[in-house]
Ligand binder design. Structure first.
Ligand code: SAM
Length: 261
C-alpha cells in the first residue's frame, strides 16, 4: 500500500537495514520478555523484535498504520496493536503485567512529554531504548557544568541511568529528518535519587532553578527555600543551577518544605 508519511505524527520511517540490525542487537530481545513498542509505524523494528521474542504489544496513533501492521507482519508472532496515543497509555491497563522493555523510534515532536509520562510509570518498566533527536540524548546524558545540562537531565537521571548507545544520520530515515538522531538506553533505578516523600519538592525546585538559569540559586529559589537552607545542605547560594549535581537537588528537596506548583 502506498503510504504518505504524516508530518503531524512525526513519521520518519527507518529504512537503513544496518541501523535496524544494530538496534536489534543492543536490545537482544528474548522469548517471554514483555516488549512494548511505541510508534511501530510500518514495522521496521517490530519485525525483528517479533522474530526474536515471539510476541509484542505495539502502540500506534495512526489509524491506517495500526490497521495495516498485523497484515504486514502476519505469521511472525503474537502482535497486539493498540491504536491510541502513547501519551495516554497506562501500562497497568495493558494485557501483560510487565515489567516492560519499552522500545521506540519516537516521534520527535512528543518525545520529551512521552519520556516524562513513562518515567511516572517506571516501576513497571525494566528498560527503555529510544531513537531520539541527538540533541535530546545529549541533554539526557549531560553532567553538571555544561550548557546541555538542564531540567531534562536532572529529572531523567534522578530516575534512570542513561546510556547513549550510537548516533544515526538523517539518511537512515524516510523522509529524512532535519536533525541528527541517536539511540539511547534508559535503565530505571530501583529507587529515585530523591526521597519518595520529597518527589514533588524535587520537581518544583528543579523546574524553578532551571527556568531562571542565569540567576543564582539564592535568587531563583528565594520563594521556596528559607534563608540559610542552601548553605545548610552544602550548596553555595551564589551557584547557578547547572553546577548542581542531581544529588544536590535531592538533598535540598529533602531539607525544605515546598508548596505545590
Ligand atoms: N518505528 C517506525 C520506524 O522506525 O520506522 C516508525 C517511527 S516514526 C519516527 C514514529 C511513529 O510513531 C509513527 O508510526 C507515528 O505514527 C507514531 N506516533 C506518533 N505519535 C504517536 C503517539 N502520540 N502515540 C503513539 N504513536 C505515535
Amino acid at each position: 500500500m502506498f503510504y504518505r508519511a504524516r508530518k503531524r505524527f512525526g513519521q520518519n520511517f527507518l529504512q537503513d537495514a544496518r541501523v535496524v540490525r544494530h538496534i536489534l542487537e543492543v536490545l537482544d530481545a528474548r522469548p517471554g520478555e514483555a516488549l512494548l513498542e511505541i510508534g511501530p509505524g510500518r514495522g521496521a523494528i517490530t519485525r525483528g523484535l517479533l522474530r526474536a521474542a515471539g510476541g509484542l504489544i505495539a502502540v500506534e496513533l495512526d489509524r491506517d498504520l495500526a490497521r495495516e501492521l498485523p497484515r504486514r507482519l502476519e505469521g511472525l508472532g503474537r502482535l497486539q496493536v493498540i491504536q491510541t496515543d502513547a501519551l495516554r497509555l497506562n501500562l497497568a491497563d495493558l494485557p501483560d503485567p510487565g515489567p516492560f522493555r519499552v522500545v521506540g523510534n519516537l516521534p520527535y515532536n512528543v518525545s520529551t512529554p512521552l519520556l516524562f509520562h513513562l518515567l511516572e510509570q517506571a516501576d513497571r518498566i525494566r528498560d527503555m531504548h529510544f531513537m531520539l533527536q541527538r540533541e535530546v540524548v545529549e541533554r539526557l546524558a549531560a553532567g553538571p557544568g555544561g550548557k546541555t545540562y538542564g531540567r531534562l537531565s536532572v529529572m531523567v537521571q534522578a530516575r534512570c541511568r542513561v546510556e547513549p548507545l550510537f548516533q544515526v544520520g538523517p539518511g537512515a530515515f524516510r523522509p529524512r529528518p532535519k536533525v541528527e538522531s541517536a539511540f539511547v538506553r534508559l535503565l530505571p533505578r530501583h529507587r529515585p535519587v530523591y526521597e519518595p516523600a520529597a518527589a514533588d519538592c524535587f520537581e518544583v525546585l528543579v523546574l524553578r532553578a532551571f527556568s531562571q538559569r542565569r540567576k543564582t540559586l539564592r535568587k531563583s529559589l528565594r520563594a521556596l527555600v528559607p534563608d540559610g537552607a542552601l548553605e545548610a545542605v552544602g550548596i553555595d547560594p551564589r551557584a547557578r543551577p547547572e553546577t548542581l549535581a542531581v544529588e544536590d537537588f535531592a538533598r535540598l528537596a529533602a531539607a525544605v518544605e515546598c508548596a505545590p506548583l
